[in-house]
Design a protein around this ligand. Sequence first.
Ligand SMILES: Nc1nc2c(c(=O)[nH]1)N[C@H]1C(S)=C(S)[C@@H](COP(=O)(O)OP(=O)(O)OC[C@H]3O[C@@H](n4cnc5c(=O)[nH]c(N)nc54)[C@H](O)[C@@H]3O)O[C@H]1N2
Ligand SMILES: Nc1nc2c(c(=O)[nH]1)N[C@H]1C(S)=C(S)[C@@H](COP(=O)(O)OP(=O)(O)OC[C@H]3O[C@@H](n4cnc5c(=O)[nH]c(N)nc54)[C@H](O)[C@@H]3O)O[C@H]1N2
Ligand SMILES: [Mo]
Length: 754
Amino acid sequence: MSDQGTKLTSSHWGIGVATVVDNRIVSVEGHASDPATSEINANIPGSLHGKARILRPAIRKSWLDGTPGNVRRGRDQFVEVSWDRALDLVCRELTRVRTQHGNSAIFAGSYGWSSTGRFHHAQSQLKRFLNTQGGFVRSEGNYSYNAALGLMPHIVGPYRQHVVEATRWPVIAKHTDLIVMFGGLALRNTQVSDGGVSKHRMIGNFEACATAGVSFVNISPLRSDASDVLNAQWLPVSPGSDTALMMGLAHTLIEEDLCDLEFLQVYTVGYERLRAYLVGDHDDEPKDAAWAAARTGVAAGDIRALALRMAAGRTMISVAAGVQRTDFGEQPMWMAIALAAMLGQIGLPGGGYTVGYGVNANIGNVERPFRWGTLPQGINPVRDFIPVAMISEMLLNPGGSYSYQGQQRTFPDTRLVWWAGGNPFHHHQDLNRLHDAFQTPETVIVNDLNWTATARHADIVLPIAAAQERTDFGAGKSDNALVPMPQLITPQGEARVEYDIYADLEARLGSDAAFTEGKSSDEWIDDIWEITRARAKEAGLALPDWQAFIAGDVIHLPDPSPAQVFLSEYRADPVAHALPTPSGRIELFSETIAGFELPDCKGHPYWYPPRDRVADEAGDFPLAMLSGQPKTRLHSQLDNGAYSLSQKIAGREPVLLHPDDAEERGIKSGDVVELFNNRGRCLAGARVTDEISPGCVFLWTGAWYDPDFDAPQARDRHGNPNVLTHDLRTSSLTQSPAAHSAMIEPTFPKWPAI
Ligand SMILES: Nc1nc2c(c(=O)[nH]1)N[C@H]1C(S)=C(S)[C@@H](COP(=O)(O)OP(=O)(O)OC[C@H]3O[C@@H](n4cnc5c(=O)[nH]c(N)nc54)[C@H](O)[C@@H]3O)O[C@H]1N2
Ligand SMILES: Nc1nc2c(c(=O)[nH]1)N[C@H]1C(S)=C(S)[C@@H](COP(=O)(O)OP(=O)(O)OC[C@H]3O[C@@H](n4cnc5c(=O)[nH]c(N)nc54)[C@H](O)[C@@H]3O)O[C@H]1N2
Ligand SMILES: [Mo]
């Protein structure tokens, strides 16, 4: 364990410096080399040592008794058992399911962010272990930008390139006149980056842009999606209507003869077909500014004026990932690319488009200088997978068929679910449906630190050591720093590191050390560090040996391309740097997608109104609910920490309501309200503010789901938006989560018991 001098830790929200007293972490501060540290650190002590920590392995009582009957997962009692007993049961179930049903009856997609650390990454550990045991059904994609992952390869190229090669902020400060931000560019979200962020640079870049005179337009239902320093013009837009707004802008460019036809001809295919749709050749419905105004709530004059401004100077179109986490979320991205192509500035410094600035702290700021070492996951003998957000669908429809990327696929028949490092009872949509879906497997195993709602839906619960309770090193996926993560305290209760759990399981199962390869976790970390060191050397960088590194401070490395401009090479030479699309160009019409003949994603960007609005003819659920990322935590992680708790209202998650909507219902700030629709209901604490536009409410994601099974629709007591969201997904092209598209009604709690 580390001595008193070295107390670094690394989280997805930054490097922390911990104070340890008597084997307890009493505070975590940001690191001195970080110009804007995150307050999320303040959650660590309370959550790590909180009442919700799982201290011993536990088994759901009626499952252990073999009397499932009328008791249900998620509402049963647990009994604590020894590790020996718990691991025996895991071995028994793994062996039984493999023998009786084969490995494709095991689902271990285990989506989720887990913790930082190159070696102890929860999903990598579980997947490596199961790969040595015959494999498992995995999941493909993520909840963050899945529609982008699925669409971009058809029309530009892999989404990952958009992130890695995003135009850098100093380039924007220098060259850009106007940034049009669909979904804003929320500073609160740039606290976080997958695997870690060593320096929070975003506020500095915003300030540099403001000083340089860059103008910002925030097109979002939430004013605070743009920082005050940006002095942005706010155009509140009706959620889910960005595609219509972009079409209104595009139509204005056509009308005003402002399209760059040469760019469209050289660098894109399919413009004529999109143009025909925009001007209404086939449906007699020109998608002009007035048409767009009727669908978006943005005045036609404002739309026309914005189009002219966009064409008048260097313009960057920024689309937040949240905008594609909506019904038909492929369309606003595709249309944004079309709009940028019509302006003809793609590949120019500070012009064009980006999808995902603000999706993490590092995009547009920095990249890793070389690939970090990783724990090899081996090969999964099972080829089957599901799109990540089809978890309920899969569990409820074994053998059922679904459409994905133009293919008809079949769901596996899942008997065993194993989740490590994620919290589907926070992240998935329509939690009442997920609760039903989780009744179907024979066995559910969950590894976690805390008694999350997912752990409470398990049969076997394994307590895991936290990042501060194990030795590792941190290195963000797109960061340029290496962070020593010495073990700071011993694991709470009987919690264990996941590697040791799988090593024990392997020994019990009598396999031939394919998982451990005969090594301890320390030996593995050493190996992974040496791989990292060798790659550094190839990149011309010298790293210390492990002993010196783990006892030392963070190592900052250079940024490989601080002045990069997205698609500049393609612009310079569209033949030599042809895009990896079927035509080699940007596809404003995709023959591939058109050939799939999907009802919900056609061959070019297309306007579809959001589903809940269409379904609610009677207007019973008039308010659109946004459920973006919380400022005070990472998703559901550390929700019981001091900073997260400090923002709750009467112990509930705050919901933002516009003064007009609040007054109409007699709701005041501080009231406990009930939000409901046909799918579910939850309590939340009202915060009345004109930061949110009328007709919308905003409920942050991640409040620990706490269903009251005695209340109507198993009302959640705490304020988790996913009891209200639908599980329909964006489209059958990508089957992505569409969490931002839900209509609700707020009222005073109708059921008295709280
Ligand atoms: N309504 C709505 N829903 C959303 C979103 C939205 O905008 N609106 N956003 C979506 C997005 S973008 C995302 S990425 C998802 C996030 O969804 P998740 O990634 O599932 O959310 P987290 O709360 O980060 O869950 C991580 C879990 O891993 C546990 N954990 C931490 N470290 C370890 C470890 O070392 N081992 C193990 N076994 N467990 C560990 C934590 O305790 C926690 O329970 O949510 C999605 N859900
Ligand atoms: N503090 C903190 N930061 C985080 C995270 C966290 O949990 N906590 N999570 C991280 C993760 S995993 C991800 S994926 C990213 C997500 O990053 P984003 O996807 O950018 O974040 P969101 O908060 O989902 O959405 C951004 C904004 O989009 C707006 N919006 C929603 N729907 C619409 C719409 O239809 N039209 C328009 N114009 N605007 C809309 C909302 O007002 C919302 O505030 O954030 C990351 N950063
Ligand atoms: Mo995400």
